[in-house]
Design a protein around this ligand. Structure first.
Ligand code: AMP
Length: 347
């Protein structure tokens, strides 16, 4: 281990994929630090690969001077994940002075629907049509809440009336204040797939690290109920993620998977300097012709990578050792430290 690397500690928030991230960091020889909400301490204190736990009442406290000071003291590099994005606004993330692995400016593009669409269009990805108004709904649509809501509160609408009914239910549940908070998208039928990539700005190589699909309640459970009962109780599916399921793709699809990933990296380089550093995910549906329609991207590690702690059928083709996404991130930091180019992979 070089002197330079010895001094760094890998830090993250205790949620989402923090176990995988810190296990990977430890495997690569780093010190590990977890910012943990008191209510979750009972879970995280079990794991020996976590060297230090910084207890907070709420994740927002990571912004406090005392917390930032503590992170800087241990020479931390923060690994951002979905909870980080969900709890903090783009301004708050951009204002953090502790180094963040990857490009912190790109999270604004993940959080903002219009920027997100712009980046996907510039990547030449096929994307679902988005509808400006409920008056334009003529076919099955999926109505989404802004931000990384993990599919919670999404509903399907096929005309103005069904849209209004869905909105009313969300308002009653205090999930939204008004329909302007919603985003209407063409519903693409086919099968969902989440393509997990890693891009190294050091080698300028793109690696496909895994593919998964989400296991969502209750849309994945509705098929367990006979249609007569489904109709009788008028079930509305929700898309709350409870876990992830591994997928291997037909090998003939892989060429296009890499091409899409590379176009995304290129577009991010043009639009959001310094570009797409580290893990990202293209999220979409394979239609009946095997064409991938991308409905979302995540510009950071996704929780579906938790499947592949010991590597995936794709990472095994690239690395001759078990390589989780968390470990891959730590490996990149290690290489950057050894070559004195840490500023190339942090912001
Ligand atoms: P998300 O939170 O955006 O990743 O999506 C949550 C769920 O909604 C997943 O099951 C997706 O497959 C589904 N979904 C999102 N957008 C679309 C779309 N445009 N067409 C069909 N299903 C979608």
């Amino acid at each position: 281990m070089t002197e330079e690397k010895k001094g760094y500690s890998i830090a993250t928030l205790g949620s989402h994929c923090s176990l995988q991230v810190l296990k990977g960091a430890k495997d690569e020889g780093f010190e590990t630090l977890l910012v943990c909400e008191r209510q979750r301490l009972n879970l995280y204190k079990r794991f020996k690969f976590i060297d230090e736990i910084l207890v907070v009442e709420n994740f927002n406290e990571i912004l406090d001077d005392s917390c930032q000071q503590r992170l800087r003291q241990s020479n931390s590099i923060i690994i951002p994940h979905g909870t980080f994005i969900a709890y903090l606004s783009s301004e708050q993330i951009e204002g953090i002075s502790t180094p963040i692995f990857g490009n912190k400016w790109i999270f604004r593009w993940e959080a903002d629907r219009e920027l997100k669409q712009k980046l996907m269009e510039n990547s030449g990805l096929a994307i679902p049509r988005s509808l400006k108004s409920k008056d334009d709904i003529e076919e099955l649509c999926i109505v989404k809440l802004h931000g990384a809501a993990g599919g919670r509160g999404y509903f399907l609408a096929w005309d103005k009336k069904s849209f209004d009914e869905g909105v009313e239910k969300l308002i009653k549940r205090n999930a939204i204040k008004g329909e302007e908070e919603l985003y209407i998208q063409e519903y693409v039928s086919g099968v969902p797939a989440y393509l997990q990539f890693f891009h190294s700005p050091i080698t300028n190589e793109l690696e496909l690290m895994g593919v998964d699909r989400r296991y969502e309640s209750d849309v994945d459970g509705i098929g367990r109920i006979p249609s007569r009962q489904q109709l009788a109780v008028q079930l509305e599916p929700s898309y709350n993620v409870v876990g992830n399921i591994p997928i291997v793709l037909r090998e003939s699809l892989l060429g296009e998977v890499y091409a899409m990933g590379e176009r995304f990296v290129e577009a991010a380089r043009r639009l959001v300097p310094p570009g797409m550093t580290g893990p990202f995910c293209l999220e979409g549906i394979y239609d009946r012709e095997g064409k991938f329609i991308t409905f979302e991207f995540s510009a950071r590690i996704v929780a579906g990578t938790n499947l592949y702690l010991d590597g995936s059928p794709y990472s095994d083709l690239i690395f001759n050792e078990p390589m989780s996404m968390g470990r891959r991130v730590a490996r990149e930091i290690k290489i950057a430290c050894e070559n004195g180019v840490l500023q190339q992979i942090t912001t």
